[in-house]
Design a protein around this ligand. Structure first.
Ligand SMILES: *[C@@H]1O[C@H](CO)[C@@H](O)[C@H](O)[C@H]1NC(C)=O
Ligand SMILES: *[C@@H]1O[C@H](CO)[C@@H](O)[C@H](O)[C@H]1NC(C)=O
Ligand SMILES: *[C@@H]1O[C@H](CO)[C@@H](O)[C@H](O)[C@H]1NC(C)=O
Ligand SMILES: *[C@@H]1O[C@H](CO)[C@@H](O)[C@H](O)[C@H]1NC(C)=O
Ligand SMILES: *[C@@H]1O[C@H](CO)[C@@H](O)[C@H](O)[C@H]1NC(C)=O
Ligand SMILES: *[C@@H]1O[C@H](CO)[C@@H](O)[C@H](O)[C@H]1NC(C)=O
Length: 440
């Protein structure tokens, strides 16, 4: 058993060299710590890694800090409804409220026709055996949502630029976006940073620029992780300084989709005025544990203040954080996502952490949207959280890896129930974007 774990852990580790993905890195940190604890229990002279940004800490420390927020909301209308309904005026169709309905047609692209899909999300290539998850379409209640018309979209976007700003889910989305548009015209990569985290493409015929900008906190952060995701020190997060990675490009962009979330759960030390204010999940340090909700709210506020005061003439979407769907455990403790069909509303609960992130986003967005309209800044909520919650069937699960069961059909593989298979449910996000661009 232990040997097998070690074996799997090693192959997992190797696969990381190509990975920029945070959750997997977290997974390894946890595994490391898990192994360390295992040893700790058997041998008292072994000391566990103390500075790795693993999620376990977050979950242990979270309830003490966040109980006020989370309890307040338990008796209210489910989070997936109240945010959007108040933002849309009466009589308008809220395209974010609806159902997944069976769809007879083929997906717009395949793993063969689209070359922008990163291996970890290429579920077909990696051997996911079922394909039923591809045959669903998002149907808003009270109106129809047409497919993104790539030809028309590219024409509308002539000479324009878009950026997807955030973490690996933004990267997941940009790939889907490029795949859908590349049915008409192939995008050419014109820039990438050293680790392919920030990238830019141009559609030459339409002179349309698409970027993905790596900024997992939206704020300035020093991250002490090596390429394997092993952290040598806590993240130093400056709550009062926005990340130049996106602010430097902000004025030159016509459209933005901004979204973050899960990185906030990592162990971090919080700074303001370059002075330590406290931390999240740092029991060994003599700092006040402020909880990740504290940092999330502060940074959301700063981001929205920046946007609403900016005089920007383009369109800025704030995309709500997407839920994960681990069942029977967390990602570090054997959790998986084995479902093969969507669920109905109410059948899958947002996890506590996701709920906290979502509540903060909605509260801060609502305040910001008032300021935005006063200042004529076009800030919109791109509220894909509720519709994504209904798609536990859309994640790679074990098929994050190439043919994970080829050698051993009982192999123990850590599941990815956070990112999305491509093609897959998030292709619908593009249909929603087109609707918002054309009619929104
Ligand atoms: C696409 O997926 C199929 C399995 O559905 C696989 O045989 C093929 O190699 C994949 N091709 C690419 C280019 O990913
Ligand atoms: C796009 O830019 C070119 C070159 O600057 C210009 O000639 C053309 O009119 C522009 N088209 C649109 C739709 O803005
Ligand atoms: C492409 O669009 C940019 C604006 O984003 C414009 O400055 C440039 O002239 C355009 N180039 C062509 C060849 O149309
Ligand atoms: C900004 O982007 C660079 C390059 O992609 C990345 O290494 C860095 O971590 C990013 N900054 C923040 C604060 O995330
Ligand atoms: C940060 O500095 C400003 C100006 O120097 C000051 O007004 C503010 O109170 C400081 N905030 C904190 C948390 O120290
Ligand atoms: C922890 O911080 C408090 C208040 O800043 C201080 O009084 C105390 O001496 C510190 N303890 C240690 C062990 O540094």
């Amino acid at each position: 058993m232990v040997n097998k774990m070690m074996y799997n852990w090693k192959s997992w580790w190797r696969s990381l060299n190509k990975s920029n993905n945070f959750i997997i890195k977290l997974g390894v940190s946890v595994l490391l710590v898990g192994l360390a604890f295992r040893l700790l229990y058997n041998r008292s002279d072994f000391s566990p890694v103390s500075h790795t940004p693993f999620l376990e800490n977050a979950q242990i420390s979270a309830p003490t800090v966040i109980s006020v927020d989370s309890q307040e909301n338990t008796d209210q209308i489910p989070a997936q409804e109240y945010g959007t309904e108040s933002i849309y005026s009466e009589g308008m169709c809220n395209i974010f409220i609806g159902d997944w309905v069976p769809y007879q047609g083929e997906p717009v692209y395949t793993n063969r026709s689209c070359g922008y899909i990163e291996d970890h999300q290429n579920c077909m290539k990696n051997g996911r055996p079922d394909t039923g998850y591809l045959y669903w379409r998002w149907k808003p209640r009270g109106c129809d949502l047409p497919r993104l018309d790539a030809e028309r979209f590219l024409e509308l976007m002539r000479n324009k630029s878009w950026a997807f700003i955030g973490d690996s889910i933004s990267r997941n989305h940009v790939q889907s976006f490029l795949c859908v548009l590349s049915t008409v015209e192939k995008a050419v990569e014109v820039y990438h940073d050293e680790n392919y985290k920030s990238r830019r493409w141009i559609f030459p015929l339409s002179n349309f620029t698409v970027s993905v900008i790596w900024s997992p906190f939206l704020a300035q952060a020093a991250i002490f992780e090596d390429i394997n995701g092993v952290s040598t020190s806590e993240i130093e997060l400056h709550l009062d300084i926005l990340d130049k990675n996106w602010t430097e490009q902000y004025n030159s962009l016509d459209y933005m989709i901004i979204s973050v979330g899960k990185w906030f759960i990592k162990t971090a030390i919080y700074y303001e005025n370059n002075t330590i204010l406290g931390c999240h999940s740092c029991p060994k340090r003599n700092f006040t544990d402020l909880g990740f909700n504290f940092a999330y709210r502060k940074i959301m506020r700063n981001v929205f203040d920046y946007i609403t005061a900016s005089n920007h003439k383009g369109t800025i979407f704030y995309r709500t954080t997407t839920p994960d769907h681990f069942e029977d455990g967390e990602w570090f403790s054997g959790g998986s996502c084995k479902r093969k069909v969507p669920v109905k509303k109410g059948e899958f609960e947002l996890s506590e952490v996701n709920k906290i992130l979502r509540d903060i986003e909605l509260e801060e967005f609502e305040k910001a949207s008032i300021k935005a309209s006063e200042n004529r800044v076009n800030l919109k909520l791109f509220d894909v959280n509720p519709l994504s919650l209904l798609r536990p069937d859309g994640h790679p699960g074990p098929y994050r890896f190439f043919q994970p069961f080829a050698k051993d059909k009982n192999a123990k593989v850590i599941n990815d129930c956070l990112h999305w298979c491509l093609p897959g449910p998030i292709d619908s996000w593009n249909d929603l974007l087109m609707e918002l661009v054309v009619n929104g």
